[in-house]
Design a protein around this ligand. Sequence first.
Ligand code: MSP
Length: 502
Amino acid sequence: MARYFATTPIYYVNDVPHMGHAYTTLNGDALCRWRRLHGDEVFYLTGTDEHGLKVQRAAEENGLTPQEQADRTSRRFREAWDLLDIAYDDFIRTTEARHHTAVQTLLERCYENGYVYKDTYQGVYCVSCEAYYAEADLTDGNCPIHESPVEEMAEDNYFFRLSAFRDRLLAWFEAVPDNITPERYRNEARALVRGGLEDLSITRTSLQWGIPVPWDRKHVFYVWYDALTNYATAAGYGTDDERFATWWPACRHLLGKDIIRFHCVYWPAMLMAAGVEPLPRFHVHGWLLVSGAKMAKSSVVQIAPADLAADLGVDGLRYSVLRDNPFGPDSDFSYEALVQRCNSDLANGLGNLLQRVTSIVARSAGSLGSAPVPESPLGVVTEQAYASAAEAWDRVQPSVALEATWRIVRETNEYLQAHQPWKLDPGPARDAVLGDALEALRIVAVLAHPAIPRSCAEVWRRIGLAGDPSQARLPGAAIWGQYPGGLTVTAGAPLFPRLSAD
Ligand code: MSP
């Protein structure tokens, strides 16, 4: 059986969930649902990144302990994902005991293999930033951000011998042509490796809020070293070897372009150092921009997923975000565009199609749906749409897959327009048109399920099918002609209300 293990980055708990976080999480959810429809065994992982200075500081500002800060905000992420119908299989928190074990085990392996050493870190330090700076980055000898004097500091740190991995990383790029997609980010990561790699300081003594180094408890791990390991932890690293061996080869990471260096350079090197194979695959996306600025930093500040879902409906939000923001490039994010997309594709598209068909059938004797015509032109449309959608999902392009799926919606609406079943008397001609439309709706309910699961379940119910489209299995379920006819069809309130952008 095929396995599919997909991850989102784990989100910092200094800040509450916003649409930038939701974007990755939604794309991952849709991809996993698509694989489940094929009968794959799927493991979808998300979670929160809870250690480090950022979180310690946020806690201080809020008058909380770091653990309280983490507990509160982690809950907010989980609530946001539950609200958006994200079907995660595990939600990892880096403060959990299983994660401590995995981080320490991974470090021990790297240490035994000779890739960790202790040295004194010497450099200029800005206390306000809690960060070291290279002399070249200073402004007139001062911190470039605070413009205040920096201090000479020396700290005993453990270092990871990243410099030893240049050739092996380049060999990985040679051997695996699609290790990172899309291509532009693969090139970016390869350029980072080619440009030269310096060893990394992976522990801190100046910070308490972290995982202690097992044999030297003055030190805690640097937050990124700790965070990246989450993916291995959740697969069972350090706690369940058999489980880890099962899931790890199926691992793929979804991430934003701002964290390429950590994921596509440091993490593969850490895995190689610990002797973990094979390396995961990486799917990188751009930023959602509001008026040209990255969302988290824009003047709109942060758009909460819950606020948008209240306006657009959960599926309205899911659909318009997935459909309008291709996975890869940066894209403009605007409320008006989301509303327009919901109206055109959901209210006027799928909702209208369902309404037209179910209301005619529900008015006829017994409210029974009819079967499709085997040679219907819509059969050709659905076959082509499925092929294009499947290819796009495989390339991690949900927006393209949905565009292909909505070709069925559009052409079925046009088919109804051309044959006007509402003007036909009951009989074989009318049954044929309605049967075709019901069959098209059945197929759309399966193909669109990854994006709008709740609405597809409702389409399924209204056309009289038992169970839920998530139980359908592709590619078989996309084959034309399976709607049986003779089922009771129910008309109901419009599935998607028409929205106004005001
Ligand atoms: N905690 C680290 C990740 C550790 S993974 C081992 C982190 N967290 S984060 O909360 O700051 O960001 C997580 C993800 O959200 C990143 O992939 C980032 O690209 C994404 N986004 C944050 N703002 C975004 C947009 N405006 N648009 C799209 N995604 C963006 O980094």
